[in-house]
Design a protein around this ligand. Structure first.
Ligand code: NAD
Length: 425
């Protein structure tokens, strides 16, 4: 058992903290937002994540997981301190390291001699050195340990990772961090800091590339009369390609891919390489938002002005409440800009988010459809599959559905009188 402090109790910090407690470590999670910590101490979670509430309760009950805003007490016994603070996009597309630097400066006078500071935030190549410079503590090692969990399956992913990546110039510190994951039984890649940092960006850039690629193929399918579902099936059985991450949709988004792909372009530029391939991937993604808006506009009769659009879904993917850089938010924003009225139903959204005050937030999928001209399915919540098209038709004005997730049963919706349009078929 190790004493761990986690700085930043957001999607990554809270999930990691609860999972490290599950693995038997003693964990203190720190945040600067008092209300978040007060709520966590009452058992109220700031995010929606499958299994997290039970895991937090289990950790607290076992005396292995605590929450505080007091970084001094959190760090005084900590052998390992994880940085899980935001690394948002800076004005030039690079990652903004100011949260990392602030956290490191705060930790500098507080750390035990021999402690290890770990960058779990997604940070560009060279950030391990940035943290070392801020700490000015030669007796404290800095290690890069990027996180690969996916929102919606964060706990499963953390406890069953495909691999653990640890990067450090200090072999002993790297081994200590790797040992924290001993019980998960995953392959451990121990490497230098630059390689560890590159692995994280290269992984996210590759995943974004897969999605943009299949969205581009889906566009071709529409032009040549092919069915993307069958094309993906035929592609995926090829072991060199595989089935994962080849689902066409409204484009990729969320809190990571948009900022990480731009940061990777900037990292490449700084390294003297023009990453034209990744720039293309980003362009294809932006075009995909436009393609979905075009489909909805066409379904509305050629103009969105004064048309009522029902949107099923607003989060960037199912099983999360995260709206950061959500493709659905981008598409709804464009619909509003073109004069549409938009009613949204999403199981985790109860009020209009900042910047989308003009939408109506509905209490059920059918409420959102009342008098709608077009229904758009923008997030792949499983519950949408089971809604009756007959009940939907009974409340809508129009009979148009644009299924940007290929989620609904196309034949059933067509049989019920809908003009159904999916992606790539
Ligand atoms: N969300 C994901 O799916 C995911 C996956 C892998 C990696 N990452 C990376 O992990 C990092 C964190 O992402 P997130 O989604 O958890 O962010 P988040 O915004 O959900 O959480 C960050 C938390 O840090 C807190 N914080 C900021 N400064 C602090 C400080 N000085 N001391 C204590 N707390 C502080 C904030 O209040 C917030 O609660 C980012 O670099 C991100 O790219 C995210």
């Amino acid at each position: 058992m190790s004493n761990i402090a986690v700085i930043g109790t957001g999607y990554v910090g809270l999930s990691s903290g609860a999972c490290f407690a599950k693995l038997g470590h003693k964990v203190v999670c720190v945040d600067v937002v008092q209300v978040k910590i007060d709520n966590l101490n009452k058992g109220i979670l700031p995010i929606v994540e499958t299994g997290l509430e039970a895991l937090v309760a289990e950790g607290v009950e076992a005396g292995l997981l605590t929450f505080t805003t007091d970084v001094v007490s959190a760090v005084e016994d900590a052998e390992v301190v994880f940085l899980c603070v935001p690394t948002p996009e800076d004005a030039d597309g690079s990652a903004d390291l100011s949260y990392i630097q602030t956290a490191a400066r705060t930790l500098a006078p507080l750390l035990l001699s021999g402690a290890v500071v770990v960058n779990k935030s997604t940070v560009p190549v060279g950030s391990t050195k940035v943290v070392e410079r801020e700490l000015k503590r030669p007796d404290v090692a800095v290690v890069s340990n990027p996180e690969f969990l996916r929102e919606g399956s964060a706990i499963h992913d953390f406890l069953n990772p495909d691999r653990v990546v640890v990067g450090s110039d200090n072999q002993e510190a790297a081994v200590r961090v790797a040992a924290l994951y001993e019980k998960v039984g995953a392959p451990v890649v121990v490497t230098d800091p630059a390689s560890a940092e590159t692995i994280k960006y290269a992984a996210n850039a590759f995943l974004a590339t897969k999605i943009s690629y299949i969205n581009a193929v889906a566009a071709i399918c529409e032009g040549v009369g092919a069915d993307i579902n069958d094309v993906v099936l035929g592609l995926g059985y090829d072991k060199r390609i595989g089935h994962e991450f080849l689902r066409p949709g409204p484009g990729w988004g969320g809190s990571c891919f948009p900022k990480d792909t731009k940061a990777m372009v900037k990292i490449a530029e700084d390294a003297g390489y023009d990453f034209g391939l990744l720039k293309g991937v980003i362009t294809v993604n932006d075009q995909q938002y436009g393609r979905i808006v075009d489909k909805i506009r066409a379904a509305a009769g050629g103009s969105l002005k004064g048309k009522k659009i029902a949107s099923w879904g607003l989060t960037f993917k199912a099983l999360t409440d995260d709206l950061r850089d959500s493709p659905a938010v981008e598409i709804v924003t464009r619909l509003l800009a073109d004069g549409a009225q938009v009613a949204v139903y999403d199981p985790t959204v109860s009020a209009a988010p900042k910047g989308l005050d003009a939408i109506t937030v509905s209490l059920s999928p059918l409420d959102a459809c009342v008098e709608a001209d077009v229904l758009a399915v923008l997030t792949e919540w499983d519950e949408f599959r089971w809604i009756s098209p007959v009940d939907t038709a009974a409340v809508m004005n129009g009979r148009q559905v644009v299924d940007a997730r290929n989620l609904l049963d196309r034949s059933e919706w067509r049989r019920s009188g809908f003009e159904y349009q999916g992606i790539g078929r």
